[in-house]
Ligand binder design. Sequence first.
Ligand code: ATP
Ligand code: MG
Length: 415
Amino acid sequence: MSKDKSAKIPTPQAVRGTQDMLGDFADRFAHVVDTFERVRRLYGYKRIEVPVIEPTAVFARSLGETTDVVSKEMYSFDDRGGESITLRPEFTAGIARAYITNGWQQFAPLKVATHGPLFRYERPQKGRYRQFHQLDAEVLGSDSPLADAELLVFADQLLKELGIAEGVTLTLNTLGDAASRDAWRAALVEHFEAHRGELSEDSLARLDKNPLRILDSKDPQDRPIADSAPDIDAFLTAEAQDFFGAVTSGLDAADVAWERNARLVRGLDYYRHTAFEFVTDRLGAQGTVLGGGRYDGLIEALGGPPTAAVGWAAGIERLAMLVADDVIDCRLDFVIAVEDDGQLKLAMKTLAALRNRGFASEIVASGSPRKRFDKAAKIPARALIAIGTRDGVSYTNMRGDSELTIVADQTIRAL
Ligand code: ATP
Ligand code: MG
């Protein structure tokens, strides 16, 4: 480490892909998290916390070695003890690991929700960061399609309560059960093999390891071949069809609009049955705001018992960018201008009493007393209380809604 005290703190280049937040964006971010915390309670999801660091194997084994996240995006390093650890690039694998190590099978089906920072080594751009944040909801130990439907209704209500549901579409697909998926996979391989020469280099690599992923390739070179590939529908077993039917009728019953996207496969290898994304065209190329699906094979892949599970994650930054300006009300209830230092004690008492009664309040008591009223008037607040002396008497001078005038009068009289 440098001993040079004059050495500057790293320039923004060193924190590329991370961001500092203050003011409007920080308020939007907090609004998304607060809304999520409220809505997840309505659906009976328990709060869960999992570590930011995990053994690298947790992600390497669960995400599949061929996914972009594992092959290119993980922050992995050997710690001082020589163990390879990774900063979590997603929540699901860590939650699945916790389910196994803590024996949470006893609580199945377990509905959990969390949020926090994640790390991916990506090319930074609008809506895409190296440290970003997600909301996350999972149901572990349920093989019922009602769990999938409930999760989606939860997601839909969250977006509605954030006021961003308009222009955001739920796109849905099924990847079937193991038998359907295997049959579909074979047909896809046959189709892609026939077009080997036209595929991008990335997709050629996927062809051997995870051909489904070619379907959602963003490379324009792959699109015609991906678009002409067979849908899963012809390969779905009766059970898989019933499962998908139960999910969609659950959505219809709850009045959640959805669209079928037969090309949607999601990035992860262990998905089964339901796969979904809420997408918008308001964020340019970074259009997916929430995504998830059923991952019945994951917990077993991590060495646990066979456990059916389903979940979703949503990027907080992307949601925060969509929240309308007028939704964010960071105004205080009261601002108090102390126009006479002789009344400071009364003003402080008033401030404490208002805050105790649950009103967000601030005080302006420094600088030239004559300028304090104007200074206070510039602070966004629903009402202003001026405390000074006129003929030796304290007075309040309210601006703002009449309800708050009554509150202020009551508060000051009770002191
Ligand atoms: P994308 O296709 O945009 O890379 P993804 O499939 O990698 O998304 P998931 O792993 O499903 O994304 O994560 C769920 C959500 O997290 C995304 O829909 C998005 O809102 C958000 N997200 C993912 N990566 C980033 C990132 N680097 N910066 C900001 N938000 C992100
Ligand atoms: Mg990605």
